[in-house]
Design a protein around this ligand. Sequence first.
Ligand code: CAO
Length: 418
Amino acid sequence: MSGIKPLKGIKVIDFTHVQAGPACTQLMAWFGADVIKVERPGSGDVTRTQLRDIPEADALYFTMLNSNKRSLTLDTKTQQGKEVLEKLIKESDVLVENFAPGALDRMGFTWERIQELNPKMIVASVKGFSDGHHYEDLKVYENVAQCAGGAASTTGWWDGPPTVSGAALGDSNTGMHLAIGILTAIIGRQQTGKGQRVSCSMQDAVLNLCRVKLRDQQRLDRLGFLEEYPQYPHGKFSDVVPRGGNAGGGGQPGWVLKCKGWETDPNAYIYFTIQGHAWEPICRALGKPEWIEDPAYNTPRARQDKIFDIFAFIENWLSEKTKYEAVDILRKFDIPCSPVLSMKEIAADPSLRASGSIVEVDHKVYGKYLTVGSPIKFSDLKPEITAAPLLGEHTDQVLAELGYSQDQIKSMHEGKVV
Ligand code: CAO
């Protein structure tokens, strides 16, 4: 880490697992917080063993969500484990958890109890649905949240089923929302001296990203059609926002278009946007100057009923160009576009490496692996991404910091409390 560490001095009890919670606490660790991941002795976070590609090493699923943290094993269902957790709560600033609803209470750590132990404590939770919601008792994973938050019903093709995204809209996205909540609560505490509960439901976090679809539902209710969807003007609308394939989500029509090699390369495509005021440069780039003034083409409304003919024309123009060649031409005309990039291309992208958005780290057992770095850039902070901890790697260190003697630590190991 170069520059200042803005979250230095903030101690986080990381009671998270799988993806949504760990993504949140990893972000805090990148920015300097001391994040202590509390895991069950012997097994730890379930993702340590899920989707392993090296049998004896922690899975990438785990290592890519838990960098820069310390790992403490602790059985918080034993009396002694509870005592250790109590000590930790007294000394920490934030506790983050994403257990199933009620699990923390069943462990004996209700919000009231935590406040007794440390009135400054911020307790942050991810749940599938918000408190009081009629589904509040449900356990939730990524795709469940995408279905509950409006993403699945509005993604995919109009003649196909609801479709989930490859992006972790329910998991990592909720973790990012929660991180904003925690930082807000930390700033609030500077004013009040008191902690508070912060929670973010996966349904709400997905919905927050689907706000344009809620916009569209209201427009559809009023108008009966949505002019930017492929269904307009030739298709039919029902009373719910339809799936729009690859259509642009705002006022700029766009589509994924084939480039040279699409027959064999599944990602030989670009996304092409027809920005209203860029019509003239688009026509020039395509070698169609006669469309510039033609009233049949020169307004977005005039183009709408032939938008797929225009895209077909552009695909024909693209047929002899690779996606990279096409973007290199179109960028000179200020046309918003991008090659469709595979994960293999992203992993090798020199710009993403240079910016620290993708980093290579060295893990004691796994060896070198790629992971994401901070997508947020600062002028005076460049987080240094370190490997995820081994299970219990810092148990003795954390217990010693809490004041336990070597004999006490040894006896906790023997009693399988840690
Ligand atoms: N020591 C002792 N017990 C521990 C422990 C520790 N260190 N850490 C966890 N446990 C216990 C919990 O107390 C809980 O016990 P009880 O059920 O007896 O109260 C138990 O382990 C497991 O908790 P869980 O119900 O959360 O785990 P699960 O695998 O059945 O469910 C999940 C996983 C993700 C569906 C559920 O946690 C959930 O819905 N979380 C909220 C939403 C969420 O974050 N989902 C996203 C996950 S990322 O895809």
